[in-house]
Write a protein that binds this ligand. Structure first.
Ligand code: ATP
Ligand code: MG
Length: 366
């Protein structure tokens, strides 16, 4: 189902902690962008998360879920709070329920060096880091989520699930993404599956299915790499990688490692995409240590919003949306290239100041 280009409905779920702060900053920027490009963008704010749970007994009630499901896209801040937990002791994480209930199998985690942002690696090639970790988000080791087995006080078991259907979908997604990136970047695309096929049956199966799908995408190079070697190469030569599909938990870990390379969680956007739904949110959490101070870096949120605009363009919202996405990304790059520094990278620009700088840039056509 394509979106109605004159009335694109966004469900905004600010959540908790800095989620609400970066959401507010982001919506201000999106409103300016929508005006500039005459986008029919409508946002409805929905309450969910740890504070909602504390106040209502439900982290995301069914009516809220249904409204989120009915929206064309979901834009989410972050959810969870220390000390507020479900009765079984697990974290309040309705964003995971969205992932599972809406079938958002593709966790898209771009890791890109922004101009001017200090990088973890001194090698000048680090400025060329531009990869996408594609985290399978509905199965793998997380399939056992909440269903692990505590056998007795000496043993516990979790099960890893790899299915052909999801591996095929994720692999096609990876090759399609690599093809679009290749066109944009003017160089051939390469998809590298990250696994541990030498030890686990599930990963050997994943690799087999991946290469079957790869044969249907001959224009994109296909490769595979072991997770341990990948951890090493993420630090040694991260500029060599393009699209990296991987299992759920490996993707979870690699995306934090990747964020560490490019300035930290404040610079790492993400999208969880399924066949009909998608959630866009920064990779970071609610950061209770800095919440309420107005110093959270909204860059990851802004870049997530750019991913949302681009995805909506592909769903039929129209070319203006892709232009808006590119303009937003360029404006974010431009303010950092011009010397803006947020506290997480040793500067002083707070959340609102970043939003203001990006908005001004938009006016200049970035
Ligand atoms: P989650 O369990 O949701 O992944 P987490 O415990 O891993 O959360 P985050 O909330 O992602 O933690 O943040 C880790 C630390 O990184 C925070 O304590 C904070 O200092 C820093 N941080 C995260 N996001 C930002 C941001 N947008 N701006 C500045 N600092 C941030
Ligand atoms: Mg984390």
């Amino acid at each position: 189902m394509a979106v109605n280009r004159n009335a694109v409905q966004i469900a905004l779920m600010p959540g908790d902690g800095i989620g609400t702060e970066v959401s507010e900053a982001c919506m201000g920027v999106l409103e300016v962008l929508a005006r500039r490009h005459a986008l029919g963008l409508h946002a409805e704010t929905l309450r969910a998360g740890a504070m909602a749970y504390r106040d209502t007994g439900s982290a995301m009630d069914e009516a809220t879920f249904e409204r989120a499901r009915a929206a064309d896209a979901i834009l989410l801040g972050a959810m969870g709070w220390p000390g507020i937990r479900y009765p079984d002791g697990t974290e309040i994480a309705p964003q995971l329920d969205l992932r599972f209930r809406l079938g958002l199998y593709a966790g898209v985690r771009p890791i890109r060096a922004l101009p001017g942002v200090p990088l973890a690696l001194a090698d000048p090639r680090a400025a060329q880091i531009d990869m996408v970790i594609l985290r399978e988000s509905t199965e793998g080791l997380f399939a056992a989520r909440g269903k692990g087995e505590l056998i007795d006080d000496r043993e516990a078991r979790d099960t890893m699930v790899i299915t052909r259907a999801t591996t095929e979908r994720l692999s096609h997604f990876a090759f399609d993404l690599a093809r679009r990136r290749a066109a944009r970047r003017g160089r051939p695309g390469r998809v590298t599956l990250v696994d541990k096929a030498n030890v686990f049956t599930g990963f050997a199966f994943m690799r087999k299915v991946f290469h079957e799908v790869a044969a249907q995408h001959p224009e994109v190079e296909a490769a595979h790499h072991y997770i341990d070697a990948m951890a090493l190469d993420m630090v040694r030569r991260p500029w060599d990688f393009d699209v990296l599909p991987t299992e759920n938990m490996f993707g979870d870990i690699l995306s934090d490692l990747g964020a560490g390379l490019i300035g930290g969680m404040g610079f790492a956007p993400s999208a969880d995409i399924g066949d009909g739904h998608a959630v866009f949110q920064p990779s970071h959490g609610t950061a209770p240590d800095i919440a309420g101070q107005g110093i959270a870096n909204p860059t990851a949120m802004l870049l997530s919003a750019a991913m949302m605009l681009d995805w909506l363009a592909g769903r039929g919202a129209g070319p203006g949306w892709a232009e808006a996405a590119a303009e937003l990304e360029a404006a974010v790059d431009a303010v950092f290239a011009a010397g803006l520094r947020t506290p997480d990278i040793g500067g002083r620009a707070g959340t609102a100041e970043v939003a203001r700088a990006v908005t001004e840039r938009l006016g200049l056509g970035a």
